[in-house]
Design a protein around this ligand. Structure first.
Ligand code: IMP
Length: 342
């Protein structure tokens, strides 16, 4: 049996390259989703019930990215969330998640009528016979709508979904911060490795790196490895614009819940029961408005491009030079004063 070597975000670093960029303002981090929509910041928020409803969709849209409103509600409620976000800011693009069975066509139709620009077929294992039927029926029912699909982990799966009509594909299985898929099923691939592999596709379909992105450094690595966009949950969790109550915990500190959509807690909320969870629910410190988070994200990505001497994401992909880092280097790459003095 052959064992393939794989790489995670923390296994690699980008080599700093000659740069003539004089300020981060000279760096363009925009990325085209399709002929109609270009995001000025290549970041998409996850369709999770503790990440994206109308307030997150409006805020990330204003910052240049896009939100995907989760599907853990009725089609009518979801369409109302779309309309409410559009009411908050008419100029921002917005996506909606649907499942692969049941009410997905009605859901997609209602949300597109309410103004959604993207329909995201949101399933854990997208390389599936039902996905083919689902993509084809949505293409027939709502011609011209952007179809995002996933999740996949391999080039073979990416190419299959692309050939079935997906316009963009979420790449990453088992890497999410709240995910227990690899522990429960033994399956998955490091998200960075999946992005590297899927970047060899000959399809024009856009690549969205999804799951396990912890820092803007990881975002830059994903974009350099071939992703057109990154999708994040935990990096936005705990902010004011996420759905959910703020509660006061230990030492009077404020917290919010962040949970996997396959966690027992999320399943119980939406289905009234839970079967074999593949995610966990946790609390994260409350962080106030997400606006500053987006400023730091955009600033970090711009800075990342300038270290590679790249003025655009396309230039970054062309110039990027990765090295593998040792475990000693991984320690050095962190802010080691913080643990050295403990
Ligand atoms: P994070 O940015 O590392 O927190 O990962 C967010 C991503 O995890 C989402 O965009 C989904 O792809 C994935 N995800 C969400 N809920 C679950 C779950 O319950 N189990 C496994 N993966 C999940």
């Amino acid at each position: 049996m052959d064992f393939k070597q794989t790489l995670s975000f923390d296994d690699v670093l980008l080599t700093p390259l000659y740069s003539s960029i004089e300020s981060r303002g000279q760096v363009d981090i925009s990325s085209a989703l399709d002929e109609k929509t270009t995001l000025s910041m290549p970041v998409i928020s996850s369709p999770m019930d503790t990440v994206t409803e109308q307030h997150m969709a409006a805020s990330i849209g204003k910052a240049g990215g896009m939100g995907i409103i989760h599907r853990y509600n009725t089609p009518k409620e979801q369409a109302t969330l779309v309309a409410a976000s559009i009411a908050l800011d008419r100029s921002v693009p917005v996506g909606v998640a649907v499942g692969m069975t049941g009410d997905y066509i009605e859901r997609a139709r209602k949300c597109v009528m309410a103004g959604a620009d993207v329909v995201c077929i949101d399933v854990a294992h997208g390389h599936h016979a039902v996905m083919e039927r689902c993509l084809k029926s949505l293409k027939d029912t709502i011609p011209g709508i952007h179809l995002m699909a996933g999740n996949v982990a391999t080039l073979e799966a990416f190419d299959a979904l692309a050939s079935w009509g997906a316009d963009s594909i979420r790449v990453g299985i088992g890497g999410g911060s709240i995910c227990s898929t690899r522990m429960v099923t033994g399956h998955g691939l490091p998200t960075f490795q999946s992005v590297l592999e899927c970047s060899r596709t000959t399809y024009e379909t856009k690549i969205i790196a999804d799951g396990g992105i912890k820092t803007t450094g990881d975002m830059v690595k994903a974009l350099a490895a071939g992703a057109d966009f990154v999708m994040v949950g935990s990096m936005l969790a705990g902010t004011k614009e996420t759905p959910g109550e703020i509660f006061v915990g230990k030492e009077s500190k404020k917290y919010k819940v962040y949970r996997g959509m396959a966690s027992s807690a999320a399943q119980k909320s939406w289905r009234g029961k839970s079967s074999t969870p593949e995610g966990v629910s946790t609390t994260v410190p409350y962080r106030g408005s997400v606006e500053g988070v987006f400023k730091d994200i955009a600033g970090g990505i711009r800075s990342g491009l300038s270290y590679s001497g790249a003025r655009s994401l396309e230039e970054l992909r062309g110039r990027a030079s990765f090295v593998r880092q040792s475990s000693a280097s991984q320690l050095e790459s962190n802010t080691h004063i913080l643990w050295r003095n403990k």
